[in-house]
Design a protein around this ligand. Structure first.
Ligand code: 48F
Length: 257
């Protein structure tokens, strides 16, 4: 039977509308589809929580695709190997506490497992603001990335969630919006974004985990955003901290939901 172009179009419009509408309210809204956001989304979904992830770009994976300087291999330390095992990402020992994995396999495996666990991902969507109430944050304000890129003056849509995870990496976009537009202070030493420090891989990796926590009522930071918020150094192309951070954020949120 011939398939009609209008059926194709209607199928896509209907299914997308259904998906968007079903996810206007969630337990956790994750901003950013890099390794920390994907891992957080996976563990939340696997625990039966309703998690939704918004990613600005067409592709999911953030800074993981390109390894280091486009050499598409990543380094992961021993403590994070159980997470690679959980996702079925293969790795090889290079030397003591230094394992490598193919970055394309890593991103695609994290993404596939997260989606199959129930995480709903909206790509091409940018978070431009938050929704606030007296007691804290209650959701996100979204626009199409294409609208953002074109600089069109078009009003956004809003989604409600019990918790938000800022997993936007070095840019810490949600935390910066909160600092600028929401009354109150961040749970950092200065009450503001402390800012990312220069590279110190070993220290950064342990700090990423420590810094993965609630930074404002209703808002968690994970991955590089955690270090940038609390003043930790950058770590370069070692990804164990990102994976462990996503898992920690999920575990803390599961305990609170
Ligand atoms: O940067 P990214 O990969 O964050 P991550 O999970 O991992 C960091 C590592 O890749 C690397 C590193 C570790 O060695 O330092 O950089 O902390 O992914 C962040 C994602 O968030 C998206 C962005 O496009 C990227 O894919 N993003 C950023 N701002 C927004 C956003 C926004 N406002 N709305 C939607 N997505």
């Amino acid at each position: 039977m011939e398939i009609d172009e209008i059926s194709i179009s209607r199928a896509i419009i209907d299914r997308y509308h259904e998906k968007l509408s079903a996810n206007l309210e969630s337990d956790v809204a994750i901003v950013g589809g890099g390794p920390s956001g994907l891992v957080a989304g996976y563990y939340l979904s696997r625990a039966g929580k309703k998690a939704v992830l918004f990613e600005r770009k067409l592709s999911i994976g953030g800074g993981m695709w390109g390894g280091a300087m486009m050499f598409n291999e990543i380094v992961v330390q021993e403590s994070a190997l159980p997470i690679l095992d959980e996702f079925g990402v293969r790795y090889r020992k290079y030397e003591q506490n230094c394992y490598t994995a193919d970055s394309v396999e890593a991103v695609s495996s994290l993404t596939a497992a997260a989606v199959k666990a129930g995480l709903v991902i909206f790509n091409c969507m940018s978070v431009e603001d938050v929704m606030m109430r007296e007691h804290g944050l209650v959701g996100l304000v979204l626009t199409w990335s294409a609208v953002e890129m074109a600089g069109l003056h078009i009003d956004p849509l809003a989604v409600r969630s019990r918790f938000i995870v800022d997993a936007t990496g070095h840019a810490i976009e949600v935390v910066r919006v909160v600092q600028q537009k929401v009354p109150g202070k961040l749970a950092t030493e200065s009450g503001k974004v402390e800012g990312e420090k220069s590279m110190w891989s070993d220290r950064a990796e342990s700090l990423t985990l420590e810094n993965t926590r609630e930074v404002f009522p209703g808002l968690y930071v994970a991955g590089m955003a955690a270090n940038a918020t609390f003043g930790g150094p950058r770590m370069g192309p070692i990804f164990g901290g990102m994976l462990l951070s996503g898992k920690k954020a999920a575990e803390e949120l599961i305990a609170r939901l």
